[in-house]
Design a protein around this ligand. Sequence first.
Ligand code: SF4
Length: 642
Amino acid sequence: MASLVPLRRSANASPRDLRAFLPTTRAEMDARGWDELDILIINGDAYVDHPAFGAALIGRFLEARGYRVGMIAQPAWNDTTDVLRMGRPRLFVGITAGNLDSMLNKLTAQKKTRSDDQYSPNGQTGSRPNRATIVYSNLIRQAMPGVPIVIGGIEASLRRIAHYDYWSDQIRRSILLDAKADLLIFGMGERPVWEVADRLRDGARIQDARDIRGTAFAMRKGEWESVEKSRFVKDGKALWLPSYETVLADRKAFSEMSRAFQYETNPGNGRPLLQPHGHEAVYFNPPAIPLDTALMDELYDLPFARVPHFAYDQRIPAYDTVKHSIVTMRGCFGGCTFCSITEHEGRVIQSRSAASILREVRALRRMDDFRGTITDVGGPTANMYQMKCKSDEIEASCRRLSCVHPGVCENLQTDHTPLVDLLKSVRKEPGIKHVMIASGVRYDLAELSPEFVRDLAKHHTGGQLSVAPEHVNEDVLNKMKKPGVESYDRFAEMFSCASRDAGKEQHLVPYYISGHPGSTLGTMIELAIYLKKQGVRPRQVQDFIPTPMSMATSMYYTGLDPFTREPVYTAVDLRDKKLQKALLLYWDPEQHDLVREALVRANRRDLIGTAPHCLVPPAHGKGSLSIHTRRRANQKRPRLRT
Ligand code: SF4
């Protein structure tokens, strides 16, 4: 159970090393002349002091505000010795499971254990517990009774209301109650955690910090009945969500909860929420106000070491992916139903200035292993940089869940000039040879800017450009809130022409999802036929994973579209999910048995054979199915959840 990865003794490090990171040991505290911490961060990931890692970002942000912040990454959780190594902090302990939900990090869509953990040294698994936020909270309560516990990060944020947990196939309570934490910070946490720290520093009790945007806290019976009188928040009454018990018993109520919750996520008009859980309730303040450019710049200009802590001997795979990349923005107004980015980072795009980004380019140049290639300049969606609604007032009162579905909103400013200019400036920096875009590109926006597509093909694509059309079937795309396939086809044509003009042979690498709510064997066959006609052989395919709190997860669990309230077909059977995924890999001989089984189930034997239109050859070349395939095809049919 202990998670410890071999560490070099920090006593062997040079004095400069001891001060280069947020302290992780007493020796590093001593090197800074600290006798105690103000704030201790417990982190489920390895400590990489780089802005792509949430715990480092929050830690450095607080440090810049004068707080003495320490970091314990991936502590052993079988006893309290490890988390006590720097003593009890003066103000609070902040807990995060890491950059990913700990269950998603551990298990696949088929509920099998993953072979590696990208956020742990050497990619080794077992360095953090399941449901890490809860386990770490229990550990801290045991180690430091009475210390305020503040939970945050993706896992806490996306499990903040009653939610469906795919891996246990259960409805779980708000994680705030299961962790018994004092406060939960949701969304990007800089503003809320700053406010919490300031209040505690000024002598407030954590129990009194109840009106901070982006936070949630628990109330006991007798406390919350009068919440509708707007007791804690001056600017609006709380919306009561159906209770945990109600959504546990009634899938329709769960669907209603998901929908109601979504409409309160705009910081401009989102109301406080309250959800009863038995004798307790969780009260959610409205979302935090997004960071402006000045704060974004300040955040990313902080003195990150940009490398893993010196105590690690092994490489950390997630760091290798991002070490030469630059974040330009956060947030996404796409609102794709299967994605948690909008849920966590918000719909409002928060961009850095070009000057700040160029400062980071120069910092990259100073890295020993940097050879002139920036592997990514982007964010959740690279070409949303500096895009926004035409008016702050309209944006603040908007009730739409996506600015680009169905169709690009007429109020959205889709000008790509700031991004085109930024990329040009980055390319001109001395010592920069290549500037890649590996982040997602929203093609329904990109097709509005031939100049951007031209530069993308000419300068920012290294032979292959990843894009995510996700599907071709209109009904499925609507359930996903993704643009239609015709938009993708137009973009593909533009990209192909731009590549030709640039004298480069390169192509798109499209990503698709199988098993999404609304997706059937029939729609997956439609997709496979489309791919075959296009000559596309996807290698990276995603079997839909119902992550906590997404709208697609609500569809998966309830079998209802929360927006239309109509039934949605949902592949809940693992075999059905496997068959859907196999259809995307119709070209791979290893999948042929599964593809034949899928085609038989869908009454599409006409696609088994050697004719040009067929997806797979007959089993053993005889035009018949193997015994294995026949047996599987005759087994139970997929269930429809309604
Ligand atoms: S009005 Fe349109 S562009 Fe503005 S926030 Fe709403 S959906 Fe987005």
